[in-house]
Design a binder for this molecule. Structure first.
Ligand code: PMP
Length: 427
């Protein structure tokens, strides 16, 4: 490759490429919460692979396990044959994650991406209930294949489907619309009224904190109420924990503090530990009704991901990791509270919970500018929301305090520079 050149991507890669436009440099190396480009410039990673790198880049223990496994000619590809690596993962996941939480789920391995687990969940719910409709929520994001896209809110992404997206009713998420609208009450009225025009759905699918949709965190009582509505009408509750799960909000599953037990849980991104593709669909045993091979796929047994994932779950063997995430999350919240007070020009509102927080700015284009300015100063951060109105702080959960503070300081510095530009903040 030519030295330091982005030309190759412009010439050879499809126009659909996106993150290379936000972070226009060629990366060569990464470790923990740091990345380096071809010029040797160091970046702090507040993006974490959009939630796929909760344990940071190239975790040393996972790396060693992978190197040993490859060196010993461990099985790499095996569809869904039984492999030792998969067996080890299933045991570890059961012992470290499911059992201590009192959860009883069968583990399905769909294709390795987030959209794959969502597709499998939707298909299964329709099969189990014999119903076709699914309820999704405003600003939900579930992936780019047709089923997942049909439950996704963003109009730009939806248009990309090129066909009508059907068999879905969209309802207002918590706090969507006016302050006076109790959205969960609204949902229940639609389901109980025979004249509502909304067919009883097979499933309700939601993210407890909407990642791409703007870091909107639903209140625990709202989530709990949705669960009770599902029970009342015999609807399956699918929690899409692809982005909010695996510790991002402070607990392994994002829904733990809400005290619910979803019928189906979708996991991907950080479940593979090392950024290697892996997805799980967790299913309550009574709904484990796909016939053998009814939903299959060539890449359901990513053994390298199993090896890294098994190692990654050691982080969860006691509560020290959870505690450390909470402490860092508090630091971020305090920082954001001060920021919003100190710079009223940005008209900012704090969103999210855990290490899944951000600021929604009413000033058009400001959040994108904050991300841009931060990048210039060596911090990688993305935006979220239907109009990219939120800048999103997503450091690896393993980041040390000093680097976290350094990253926060870069964000403040960027904002300070931007608010000096009167035109920008009064637009
Ligand atoms: N669900 C959620 C909540 C997501 O955030 C994403 C990805 N951002 C997906 C599903 C889709 O995952 P993937 O890009 O791996 O298909």
């Amino acid at each position: 490759m030519n030295q330091n050149s982005l030309n190759v991507f412009e010439q050879l890669e499809s126009e659909v490429r996106s993150y290379v436009r936000s972070f226009p440099t060629v990366f060569t190396k990464a470790q923990g919460h740091k990345m380096w480009d071809k010029d040797g410039k160091e970046y702090l990673d507040f993006f974490a692979g959009a939630g796929a790198l909760n344990y940071g880049h190239n975790d040393p223990n996972m790396k060693q396990k992978l190197v040993d496994y490859i060196t010993n000619d461990g099985i790499t590809h095996s569809l869904d044959m039984a492999s030792e690596a998969k067996g080890d993962f299933l045991e570890q996941f059961n012992e470290v994650i499911l059992k201590p939480r009192g959860f009883d789920y069968k583990v399905m391995f769909p294709g390795p991406t987030g959209t794959n687990t969502v597709e499998s969940a939707l298909k299964l719910a329709r099969k189990v209930t014999g119903r076709t409709n699914v309820i999704s929520f405003t600003n939900g994001f579930h992936g780019m294949t047709i089923g997942a896209l049909s439950v996704t809110g963003n109009s730009f992404k939806r248009k990309g489907a090129g066909i009508p997206l059907t068999n879905v009713s969209t309802m207002p998420y918590d706090d969507f619309g006016s302050d006076n609208l109790d959205t969960v009450e609204y949902l229940e009225r639609f389901l109980e009224n025979n004249g509502s025009g909304v067919d009883t759905p097979a499933a309700i699918i939601l993210e407890t904190v909407q990642g791409e949709g703007g870091i909107n965190a639903a209140r625990f009582e709202w989530i709990k109420k949705v669960e009770s509505i599902c029970k009342r009408f015999g609807i399956l509750l699918i929690i899409d924990d692809v982005q909010a799960g695996v510790g991002r909000t402070g607990t392994f599953f994002s829904f733990e503090p809400a005290g619910i037990e979803p019928d189906i849980v979708c996991l991907s991104k950080s479940i593979g530990g090392y950024g290697l593709p892996l997805a799980l669909t967790l299913i309550k045993p009574k709904y484990d009704m796909f016939a053998p091979g009814e939903h299959n796929g060539t890449f359901r047994g990513n053994n390298l991901a199993f090896v890294a994932a098994t190692e990654s779950l050691n982080y969860w063997k006691d509560d020290s990791f959870e505690k450390s995430i909470k402490a860092k999350a508090e630091k971020v919240t305090t920082f954001l509270e001060n920021l919003v007070k100190k710079y009223p020009e940005i008209k900012g509102e704090i969103r999210g919970r855990g290490l899944m927080q951000g600021i929604a700015s009413e000033v058009e284009g400001l959040s994108e500018k904050v991300a841009e300015e931060s990048f210039k100063r060596g911090l990688i951060m993305e935006t979220a929301g239907a109009n990219d109105e939120v800048f999103k702080l997503f450091p690896p959960l393993t980041i040390d305090d000093e680097s976290l503070e350094k990253g926060l300081a870069i964000i403040e510095e960027s904002i300070k520079t931007l608010v000096k530009d009167k035109e920008l903040v009064t637009s």
